[in-house]
Design a protein around this ligand. Structure first.
Ligand SMILES: [Zn+2]
Length: 125
């Protein structure tokens, strides 16, 4: 089952699907064995990507962080990620799109900046 895309045009969907396929490969090779890799892989297989016009034109994308869930003592972030399709860098660069999707999906798997390996580990992309 491919990823679900919300909003955005057919071109956005095409780019997102291609990036998701590449991310699955990255998870199987480059990121293999890292704690968040199997979660990111699952997102790339059946996650949801929401395309939107972001208020800040410099923003590339985001994931909504929900903080700890006291019920099960686990950190909790929303599964879906948001991409800012009005960001001009993102519109022109497939490799950047891929990195942003890995980055935001990693956040959705409760990875945080400084934990290593994923693109934008220092908070910038
Ligand atoms: Zn981040």
């Amino acid at each position: 089952m491919p990823v679900t895309t919300q909003s955005g045009g057919p071109k956005d969907r095409e780019r997102i699907l291609k990036a998701a396929r590449n991310i699955i490969k990255r998870c199987d090779w480059q990121y293999q064995g890292w704690p968040w890799a199997s979660c990111i892989r699952e997102r790339a297989e059946k996650g949801t990507v929401i395309c939107e016009y972001c208020e800040d034109p410099k923003l590339l994308g985001y994931n909504k962080w929900r903080g700890p869930s006291w019920k099960n003592y686990k950190l909790y972030a929303e599964e879906e990620i948001h991409l800012c399709v009005n960001n001009r860098r993102l519109a022109l660069d497939d490799a950047l799109l891929e990195d942003v999707m890995v980055h935001e999906w990693a956040h959705s798997c409760c990875w945080q900046h400084g934990m290593g390996i994923y693109p934008g580990n220092d908070g910038t992309l």
